[in-house]
Write a protein that binds this ligand. Structure first.
Ligand SMILES: Nc1ncnc2c1ncn2[C@@H]1O[C@H](COP(=O)(O)OP(=O)(O)OP(=O)(O)O)[C@@H](O)[C@H]1O
Ligand SMILES: [Mg+2]
Length: 257
């Protein structure tokens, strides 16, 4: 579904991403780890197409098509959705207006979306300005709910679990899993939508299954592997251990030859 080839990105004239290669096949959910300032948000913002993130080299392929030249609206219309790390306050726009807009576009989803408002206890937020005066945890929950409403087929979630208390985290996990659900699953086959989740704490991984993890350091993916193992390794030995770990594997292979 998503294939990123040798992606270089500049922000304000400075190279932030220096050659990202990343493939997320259809139906897989990957997780992105990396220290503060390593370029995780930059990667997501570039994939969705924020204009201040300039692609200087490389390609972003979505369903086999190069989307690097498309604007943000065109990318959203292809089914790419993003929940931002720090969603903005939007005075004068209510969640109810967004909900009404999407139910008009998708009348067959009206009952489902109303059921989701009830399930995730959203009604009390519907008539407030988006994110205005919301607590940190409420902002995360409402941001994810907007993703749920827009029904994207590829989801990017930037730190959905940061600043979220343990009870709210359960709800956040439920909303993410609902967003990833494909409705026509049979009993025998579990299919999900495709996604990319950024997390520091890894707390969301206790609620959402992820297939593969990647470690971003200084704008380059240095290591990919099992999400749980990688998180344990980061917690135990730090991000930089990943590079030395790779060097050890490389040396070991050289010795074997
Ligand atoms: N609009 C911008 N103007 C200037 N520098 C920017 C801009 N956006 C990002 N950067 C810089 O790019 C680097 C990567 O930032 P980014 O937000 O992608 O990091 P991150 O990995 O998401 O970090 P965190 O874990 O703290 O969220 C940082 O040094 C940041 O200051
Ligand atoms: Mg970030």
């Amino acid at each position: 579904m998503l294939e990123i080839r040798n992606l270089h990105v500049n922000v304000e004239g400075k190279e932030i991403l220096g050659g990202i290669n990343l493939t997320i096949p259809n139906g897989e959910v990957h997780v992105l780890f990396g220290p503060n300032g390593s370029g995780k948000t930059t990667l997501m913002m570039t994939i969705i197409g924020y204009p201040e993130y300039k692609v200087t080299k490389g390609q972003i392929l979505f369903d086999g098509n190069n989307i690097s030249e498309l604007d943000i609206t065109e990318r959203a219309k292809l089914g790419i959705g993003v929940s931002q790390q720090r969603p903005p306050t939007i005075k004068g726009v209510k969640l109810r207006q967004i909900l009404d807009f999407f139910t008009k576009l998708n009348p067959s989803k009206k009952d489902y979306l109303n059921a989701m408002v009830k399930k995730f206890d959203i009604s009390k937020y519907l008539d407030r300005d988006i994110n205005s005066g919301f607590s940190g945890g409420e902002i995360k929950r409402l941001e994810l709910f907007q993703i749920l409403i827009t029904l994207p087929k590829f989801l990017m979630l930037d730190e959905p679990d940061s600043g979220v208390d343990p009870e709210q985290l359960v709800i956040i996990g439920d909303i993410v899993n609902e967003c990833l659900k494909i409705k026509n699953n049979t009993k025998l086959k579990i299919e999900r939508k495709t996604g990319l989740i950024i997390t520091h704490s890894g707390n969301i991984l206790n609620y959402v299954h992820t297939d593969k993890a990647h470690l971003l350091l200084d704008g380059v993916i240095h290591c990919s592997g099992n999400p749980g193992l990688m998180l344990d390794q980061i917690k135990k030995a730090g991000y930089n251990y990943c590079i030395s770990c790779q060097q050890l594997c490389y040396d070991h292979m050289q010795e074997g030859n």
